[in-house]
Design a protein around this ligand. Structure first.
Ligand code: PLP
Length: 389
């Protein structure tokens, strides 16, 4: 495969001024990550600071109800509440070894911002987080967390005031700050080498889960499901299973309100190829190629694009990409809370919603593994409002 590409997708479509820091990062991945005890140091942080390995948890009540054998990979139990910390510890450590003294980041749901702020504090780096003004309002608890962890949070008022605009602002800021600052990108998307770098740091999810399923059930799962925003928790979960032909992989995109013609975030299912944020991938766009605003009850899935590796896996057919809408995710959230005593993030609830909707079509007793990418505490205000509680 051509370097920087997954099939036809990927690449590095950025202004000339951003090429030097991306080339520097590419070199650091080759020179620093395999050497200097980097892996041992990162493994230590993941274990003692973040709380890896995360367990897999069986769901006896839902399994009985659905006639399947349902398991969850518990990334919600990690420090800061989601899988995002796997990536931020990796990038913060790499930045430090590259001699940088500061991190900038974008955030949607606030989880990546909180995880970046925590990793920066732990490793003695300054931290600035760009966040769409709408997300600042709907994820206010995470904004408070970032500030308490010592980060500067800068609301972005341009465009749709969500994740897309936060990424634009962070990329612009990186141009002038590149000599001292690393851009800690939050998902497996963006210009090369970010899709590779983020997948590298998130692949621990699938490596652990594969071994844990073999140990606990004596077999691989029949089906593995994960929610897809930019795509980092899903690619992290899927990667170890891609060579296992017997394992079906399903990524779940956000369908928004679910009404035909209304805004959504299902860029693989409803988009077309184009360029955004430095990569060629599947995008929600109008007939002139202008990016359409996305919409989802879940801030972390509210993005009009997707990482290029997912676009490629969809094209080759190795991964199927389904859609769950807001109301299905809210229903899945409630059912997991009440049946199993676990409060999932709204993002992860989309993955579960797919399983709840489709379970009747699975062979009886199918082993199903869902990536529970984060915990739902951050979403309580939205959920109470949506459900009228
Ligand atoms: C808990 C959780 N899950 C999933 C996502 C979606 O991101 P990604 O597709 O990169 O995993 C987010 C994004 O903020 C998140 O906070």
């Amino acid at each position: 495969m051509k370097k920087g590409y997954f099939g036809e997708f990927g690449g590095c479509f950025v202004p000339e001024l951003l090429m030097p820091p991306l080339a520097e990062l590419d070199r650091a991945m080759r020179d620093i990550m395999p050497a200097t005890g980097f892996k041992a140091e990162l493994d230590g942080l993941l274990k003692d600071y973040a709380g890896r390995p995360t367990p897999i948890t069986s769901c006896p009540a839902l399994s009985r109800e659905l006639g399947i054998d349902l398991w969850l990979k518990r990334e919600d139990l990690l420090h800061t509440g989601a899988h995002k910390i796997n990536n931020t510890l990796g990038q913060a450590l790499l930045a430090k070894k590259m001699g940088k003294r500061a991190l900038i980041a974008e955030t949607g749901a606030g989880q990546h911002g909180v995880a970046t702020a925590a990793a920066a504090a732990r490793l003695g780096l300054e931290c600035t987080v760009y966040m769409g003004a709408e997300d600042v309002e709907r994820q206010s608890a995470n904004v408070r967390r970032m500030r308490l962890l010592g980060a500067r949070v800068l609301p972005v008022e341009s465009g749709s005031r969500t994740l897309k605009d936060a990424i634009n602002a962070a990329l612009r800021a990186w141009i002038s700050a590149q000599s001292t600052t690393h851009y800690c990108f939050g998902t497996a998307a963006g210009p090369w080498p970010f899709p590779d770098l983020v997948r590298e740091f998130q692949a621990v999810i699938g490596r652990e889960a594969r071994a844990q399923m073999l140990e606990r059930t004596g077999a691989l799962p029949d089906l593995v499901v994960a929610a897809v925003g930019g795509g980092s928790n899903a690619i992290g979960m899927f990667h170890a299973f891609i060579p296992d032909a017997s394992v079906k992989l399903v990524g779940v995109e956000a369908g928004g309100s679910g009404r035909p013609g209304c805004l959504n975030s299902a860029s693989i299912n409803l988009g077309r190829p184009g360029v955004l944020h430095g990569e060629y991938t599947m995008l929600l766009q109008d007939a002139d190629g202008q990016i359409l605003p996305s919409s989802s009850v879940s801030a972390g899935l509210d993005y009009p694009g997707v990482g290029p590796e997912h676009a490629h896996l969809a094209k080759t057919g190795r991964v199927e990409y389904a859609v769950a809408c807001d109301s299905e995710a809210l229903d899945a959230f409630q059912r997991l809370c009440r049946a199993e005593g676990i409060l999932p993030a709204l993002e992860s609830s989309h993955a579960l919603a797919y399983v709840l909707r489709q379970a009747g079509a699975f062979p009886k007793g199918s082993r199903v593994l869902v990536n529970l990418s984060g915990r739902g505490d951050k979403d309580m205000d939205i959920i109470e409002k949506e459900l009228g509680l």
